[in-house]
Design a protein around this ligand. Sequence first.
Ligand code: AMP
Length: 279
Amino acid sequence: MTKLIKSINEIKDNLSNCEKPIGFVATMGSLHKGHISLIDKCKSENKTSVLSIYVNPLQFGPDEDYKQYPRNFEEDLKIANEKKIDYVFAPDDEDMQPKHKSEIIPPPDYLSSILCGISRKNHFTGVATIVNMLFNIIEPNNSYFGKKDLQQLYIINWLVKEFNLPVQIKACPIVREENGLACSSRNKNLNKEQKSVAANIYKSLELAKQNSRSGIFTASKVILESLIHLSRFKDIKIEYFEAREKEKLSKVNDNQTSNIYYLTAAKVGNTRLIDNIEA
Ligand code: AMP
């Protein structure tokens, strides 16, 4: 039976003498197949598994969708039970408020002021701050993150290295719907037509991968071709479509066509979606 815990002291007490290794999956709930792939990997590699469900207000800007963010707590608990997660940690906002300035963790600009960080100003500070708090509370040996939030994954890896945290970060592949759309809690805010249009975001990334691997296009031509594909869909409003190298997510030299990621963010209706592909 999964044990639901809200209090920080109680989860610490429970984990202090549990069987190690502890595996941890951090989520904002409204669980889908992407989350479940992380849970399955976590279960298979650890003796004790912890799932956090916490919609982190610090990572939403004032004009963003904190209030509309899908919440589905009862269903999430059912899934946790079915998956035999040992602990669900679902803290209250009050307990997760940083109490000291030193608990606020702004990641370096080279990672946090690019891509999603341009439109979401303090987003990655909110992410790093809360994930660091969760790591301090849970003290996991292994923690599982999806490549879907690729920039976030780089930030988490930075966090662990910067503060020498004793946790292994495990990067997990992107799980997709049948039509290619990357699974996301926000997909619940899309209607049927929007979902089918949104699949073109993935198609444009697949096209980028193909064009990139063909060896005939420069990175900027690859991007242009994908943008031309996307321009056919009026309901997709592109925020960015970029090529970044793998090591530090730096900009690529135009002749580089391998060891790169193509990353994009777009709105379909009011729903902001992100996705990426390795080329
Ligand atoms: P979230 O609940 O959106 O904060 O996501 C929690 C974790 O699940 C993060 O590590 C995400 O990268 C991961 N995740 C979300 N969607 C997917 C997906 N489609 N495939 C793989 N991992 C995902």
